[in-house]
Design a protein around this ligand. Structure first.
Ligand SMILES: *[C@@H]1O[C@H](CO)[C@@H](O)[C@H](O)[C@H]1NC(C)=O
Ligand SMILES: *[C@@H]1O[C@H](CO)[C@@H](O)[C@H](O)[C@H]1NC(C)=O
Ligand SMILES: *[C@@H]1O[C@H](CO)[C@@H](O)[C@H](O)[C@H]1NC(C)=O
Ligand SMILES: *[C@@H]1O[C@H](CO)[C@@H](O)[C@H](O)[C@H]1NC(C)=O
Ligand SMILES: *[C@@H]1O[C@H](CO)[C@@H](O)[C@H](O)[C@H]1NC(C)=O
Ligand SMILES: *[C@@H]1O[C@H](CO)[C@@H](O)[C@H](O)[C@H]1NC(C)=O
Length: 439
């Protein structure tokens, strides 16, 4: 007789709080017209459940009107391709979500896409992408594949280094303010002026500086080089702060020693690899880089108490995904899904990009996709699959990898006078049994 209520509690135990609220509301409204004593009690209980479930704070709950993103290919949603730099991407890039290459270096969505979605925003349009009525009201993406924190050189693939991305943002902001002042009809396509202060500024850059350094430097030289990279990063975020940015979300760099591109280049001797098959030196350097990035973040926050800066430990999420891949439904933690050669275990050859067909040593070869994209962590030897990106974004959104933890999480930390979720569920279970007995 109280089966609906049990169902509601079941939902409460196993699903996110949106579903709890929806299911509670459904139960409530299904009994509303026929207010029998049972129905009355059940609806009261449902409402109670609704209130209780809503009071259970969701870990990351951010209310920003727009997102401005800066970074490299890990978060490029179309800049480098729109700029006409490098080869266009071929299928199966984009296959899992966009059905065609979508300017993203993955089979589908990137971490930034899942984050935008999770924060209730549209996918970020790339700054350089001008064709097709681009909408920038909820933000803009300045990230470009191959970009570095340090200034590009004549050898760089990508001219849009961090300093340039910050300069592009300055142009963007100045133009938006100017256009809005003269023509209100375009306001649906542009962020309001106040959004620039309220927006979330996200960063995922540095991997190319650090990974690239290994091509010309010894390990100690790479480590010595880290403060130079971070000094330039600090200049960039200071500049954004001076332009009114107040909410910063900084992703640290991932375990670059686990990328087939680096393993193929530097993993000749097995002593350079850890038990996972990742390069020890690269991952150690990434950790040192991240420690200093974290220190910089703390310093910046202390210097600017009117700003909110969150350092996000993406390294730990990705390392955990690779090391404990089977727990998360993956079968291949390192091998690229889409590639060719490089010894069966990597499926990567630097001369041929995923989707391309080329003549190598006189024979025509194609870098094809694997049979099941969702079982691979790595997409093309350098970037992650959509399935992996989805996992990383969902872990970020738990708030568990944020430093400092999100405010809503701090509030929901169990203390002696706030009951835990299981206590609340037990309480509701007892109410439901009692209500079933009484009526
Ligand atoms: C990068 O370039 C800018 C101007 O082009 C220059 O002012 C700055 O010093 C350069 N940064 C580094 C670290 O060389
Ligand atoms: C405002 O922008 C719209 C759309 O681009 C355009 O049609 C219109 O002519 C503009 N008005 C002025 C006064 O510039
Ligand atoms: C920083 O976060 C706190 C807590 O969420 C919030 O009250 C404050 O308005 C935020 N500051 C800015 C500048 O957005
Ligand atoms: C793998 O999972 C175990 C158990 O949860 C955890 O202790 C370990 O840190 C994880 N490995 C990595 C590299 O995160
Ligand atoms: C092509 O030749 C190079 C060097 O001779 C060799 O290392 C590589 O494995 C060959 N690749 C193919 C596709 O046969
Ligand atoms: C791909 O792998 C996932 C996870 O192992 C599995 O659930 C799914 O059924 C597979 N799909 C195909 C088409 O084999």
């Amino acid at each position: 007789m109280a089966s609906e209520l049990f169902m509601t509690i079941y939902f409460a135990l196993f699903f996110s709080h949106y579903l709890i609220s929806i299911s509670a509301l459904c139960v409530f409204f299904s009994f509303y017209p026929t207010m029998s004593p049972y129905g009355y009690c059940r609806s009261v209980c449902s409402l109670l459940l609704l209130v209780v479930s809503l009071s259970d704070a969701k870990p990351v709950e951010l209310d920003h009107p727009a997102i401005f993103n800066f970074g490299d290919s890990n978060s490029d949603t179309g800049n480098i391709i729109a700029a006409g730099i490098g080869d266009p991407l071929d299928p199966p890039y984009g296959h899992s979500f966009f059905n065609a290459p979508a300017g993203r270096f993955s089979d589908g969505r990137l971490i930034i896409d899942f984050l935008a979605d999770g924060l209730g925003k549209q996918f970020l349009n790339a700054y350089v992408k001008s064709v097709g009525a681009p909408k920038f009201q909820q933000g803009c993406n300045f990230a470009a594949a191959g970009s570095t924190v340090l200034n590009a050189t004549s050898f760089s693939f990508c001219p849009f280094s961090f300093r340039i991305q910050v300069a592009q943002f300055a142009r963007f902001k100045a133009q938006v303010v100017q256009i809005l002042a003269t023509n209100k009809t375009v306001s649906d396509y542009l962020p309001a002026e106040s959004y620039f202060r309220e927006a979330l500024y996200t960063f995922d850059i540095g991997q190319n500086d650090l990974g690239g350094a290994f091509y010309s430097k010894t390990y100690p030289q790479v480590i010595q080089f880290i403060p130079t990279i971070l000094g330039e990063f600090r200049n960039g975020i200071e500049s954004l702060y001076n332009q009114g940015a107040r909410n910063f979300w900084i992703h640290n760099t991932g375990p670059l020693g686990c990328l087939p591109q680096n393993i193929q280049k530097f993993g000749m001797s097995s002593s350079s690899l850890d038990p996972m098959g990742c390069l020890r030196a690269q991952n150690k350097a990434a950790k040192k880089y991240n420690n200093q990035l974290h220190a910089l973040s703390t310093e910046f926050q202390n210097l600017h108490p009117d700003a909110n800066l969150t350092y996000i430990d993406v390294f730990s999420i990705k390392s955990d995904l690779i090391a404990n891949h089977s727990r998360y439904g993956f079968e291949e933690p390192i091998k690229a899904c889409c590639g060719y050669g490089g010894g069966g275990h990597l499926n990567y050859d630097t001369r041929i990009v995923c989707g391309q067909t080329k003549i190598l040593n006189g024979s025509k070869v194609t870098a094809k996709g694997c049979s099941n994209f969702t079982t691979y962590v790595n997409w093309d030897g350098i970037h992650y699959t959509e399935a992996a990106n989805k996992h990383v974004a969902s872990q970020i959104l738990t708030g568990a990898y944020s430093h400092p933890p999100p405010v809503s999480m701090q509030l929901s930390t169990p203390t002696s006078d706030t009951p835990s979720l299981s206590t609340k569920c037990l309480f509701l279970l007892i109410i439901s049994i009692l209500s079933a007995r009484v009526f």
